[in-house]
Design a protein around this ligand. Structure first.
Ligand SMILES: NC(=O)c1ccc[n+]([C@@H]2O[C@H](COP(=O)([O-])OP(=O)(O)OC[C@H]3O[C@@H](n4cnc5c(N)ncnc54)[C@H](OP(=O)(O)O)[C@@H]3O)[C@@H](O)[C@H]2O)c1
Length: 290
């Protein structure tokens, strides 16, 4: 289904992003940076370097997962940045996700993540994707919050109202974030609109379509012409659109130039017409099915 007609007015949402502090207040009460670094496919060594470089250049949100095998690298980059006086632990927001194979061992896996990350709390913990055991995993994450090991919890790869409603039916702590595939070709504004009444924020993975699809996204004619208008790159236009459309965004990169470029999007603003034109690119096409 094409939802181009839905150009929703995000100014109606309660959770407006603060472009000065570059954060949003989650329904858990914690502040979350709205632009962060994705680390999928990066080795521990690459991750440590990209995390350090990102923190050195203003990023305060890092996205990892048990499944990526690089939580250790995130911890290493973070520790180096703390040791060099760039950030304090409190200033950095770390997201990790419980891997499907840990679903029978969800609570213990929180301790294992804390150990690999070298921190004593996780800022945001997500169920990586729906499975057979979601309720038990969600309850383990809630226990993690009660025990002070986790600050906010959420879910990932839940795309429909029905899937989210099921989680809400057993949740005693409302999810703060839903992290989903989301880009110019798959905007899923229905879900965003539905969950906004719970103060739930959508966070986008694959903002550039992921590896193998980036040129297709960067070469979209609408994006290219808006990029020329603002003298910015396609990547910067896409990321700025994500933020103005109230999606937290975590572009993945281990390239230092790209890491810098992706954070340099706070010195311009897309106008309403640009936002509408980008909304109209949507054709509800996803790249992945998980
Ligand atoms: N919850 C989930 O199931 C899930 C699934 C997938 C991803 N994620 C998370 O979301 C993050 C983002 O997704 P992703 O990394 O897979 O895809 P992505 O951010 O859409 O694209 C990453 C690709 O874009 C390139 N790139 C980054 N910045 C660029 C720039 N300014 N100019 C040109 N190319 C650029 C990267 O290459 P270089 O390294 O060379 O810059 C990499 O090949 C992941 O890293 C991960 O943390 C979550």
């Amino acid at each position: 289904m094409n939802d181009n007609s839905r150009n929703i007015d995000v100014s109606d949402f309660d959770n407006n992003f603060n472009f000065e502090t570059r954060t949003v207040t989650l329904n858990s009460g914690y502040e979350m940076p709205i632009l962060g670094l994705g680390t999928w496919t990066q080795s521990n060594e690459e991750t440590a370097n990209s995390v350090y470089y990102a923190l050195e250049n203003g990023y305060r949100l890092i996205d990892t997962a048990q499944y990526y095998g690089n939580e250790y690298g995130v911890g290493k980059g973070l520790r180096r940045a703390i040791d060099n006086g760039i950030v304090t632990r409190e200033e950095v927001f770390i997201t990790t996700k419980i891997m499907p194979s840990s679903y029978n061992n969800a609570y213990n896996s929180i301790d294992e993540s804390l150990e690999r990350l070298g921190v004593d709390y996780i800022d945001l913990l997500l169920i990586h994707q729906p499975g057979t055991n979601d309720e038990a995993v969600y309850k383990a994450m809630e226990q993690g919050v009660r025990d002070g090991k986790v600050r906010s919890i959420g879910i990932s790869n839940y795309y429909t109202k029905e899937e989210v409603e099921e989680v809400l039916s057993y949740a005693t702590i409302t999810p703060a974030v839903i992290q989903n595939e989301n880009h110019i070709y798959y905007q899923n504004t229905e879900l965003q609109e539905y969950v906004s009444k719970y103060g739930i924020i959508i966070e986008s993975w694959y903002p550039f379509g992921g590896r193998g699809h980036t040129s297709y996204n960067f070469n979209n004619e609408t994006i290219k012409s808006i990029a020329t208008k603002y003298n910015k790159t396609s990547a910067q236009i896409i990321l700025r659109w994500q933020l103005q459309a109230l999606y937290i965004v975590i572009p993945g990169s281990s390239n230092l130039d790209h890491i810098l470029e992706n954070y340099s999007i706070f010195d311009f603003e897309l106008d309403d017409e640009d936002m509408k034109n980008i909304a109209n690119i949507n054709n509800s096409q996803r790249y992945e099915i998980w």
